[in-house]
Design a protein around this ligand. Structure first.
Ligand SMILES: [Mg+2]
Length: 277
């Protein structure tokens, strides 16, 4: 963790902005990892409402067309879900916090996690019953994991709600792992894996030139292990200003993420025009 917290990556912080621009400009290839919710689209009250703005779609489209840049979406959502929201085919997807990967046309599922799919299906039904007193809670089946959304449950009821969730889950199978995100509980198989490990796998499967550069932008606790993996070699950016992150930089919101993406497009387009390949 940075003792002083991350630096603000903004055109107003000229030194930092220029330093990043230079790194992007001189990189022979760029691996750009983008989280979805809270990073390229604001968090909404239900996951289904978090659709991309037309401007963001346009920016992504331009990014994808850049010759030396590869975009990978990294999300806690299921593969089916994220592919409904991000309609581009020629990008990589890391879904379900890394349990399900689609990269260069190859699909990979974590074999140990896969063995828990049936069990989670059963737990889903049990939780539906347990959550009946909380109609504003929302249970999401993501195949490899379950998400329990409680942002619409009243603040007074949230503690009781979480206690019921915990009790139900651990009584069902004490091996299951429960993690907490932004007003969401995640039920995961007991497999030591995450976005960071999946990113590492992807990078190690690729041929890299010494001048290749990785950039990762994310907003959630689940992005922290990816920040850690890329800490010495990559540009890591947390969405939201907090000292409680391992990212080197932060931006304030989704709009500032778009600003960075547009900077990449400008720099790389400029480069392609001057160094035709
Ligand atoms: Mg997120």
């Amino acid at each position: 963790m940075n003792n002083n917290g991350p630096f603000h990556l903004s055109p107003k912080q000229l030194d930092i902005w220029n330093n990043i621009s230079r790194q992007l400009h001189t990189a022979s290839e760029i691996d750009l990892f983008l989280d979805y919710d809270g990073t390229i689209t604001p968090i909404r009250s239900t996951p289904a409402e978090a659709v991309l703005e037309p401007e963001t779609v346009h920016v992504l489209q331009q990014l994808i067309q850049l010759p030396h840049l590869k975009v990978t979406m990294v999300t806690g959502r299921s593969m089916a879900d994220i592919q409904k929201l991000v309609l581009f085919k020629n990008i990589g997807f890391v879904a379900n916090h890394g349990f399900h990967v689609l990269q260069d046309g190859k699909e990979w599922r974590h074999p140990e996690a896969e063995r828990f799919i049936k069990k989670l299906r059963k737990l889903y039904t049990i939780l539906q019953g347990a959550f009946q007193p909380f109609p504003k809670s929302f249970l999401e089946d993501k195949q490899f994991t379950l998400s329990i959304h409680y942002r619409n449950v009243s603040v007074q009821e949230q503690t009781a709600f979480k206690a019921i969730a915990r009790k139900t889950i651990y009584e069902f199978d004490s091996r299951l792992v429960l993690t907490e995100g932004k007003e969401v509980l995640e039920v995961r198989p007991p497999v030591d894996w995450g976005k960071g490990r999946a990113v590492m796998e992807i990078l190690s499967a690729q041929q890299h030139s010494p001048r290749s550069l990785q950039m990762y932008i994310g907003d959630d606790i689940t992005d922290e292990d990816a920040f850690q993996v890329l800490q010495s070699s990559g540009i890591t950016i947390h969405v939201g200003n907090t000292a409680d992150t391992q990212a080197h930089y932060y931006v304030n919101d989704v709009d500032e993420v778009l600003q960075i993406l547009k900077m990449i497009i400008r720099l790389q387009t400029h480069r392609s025009n001057h160094h035709p390949t």
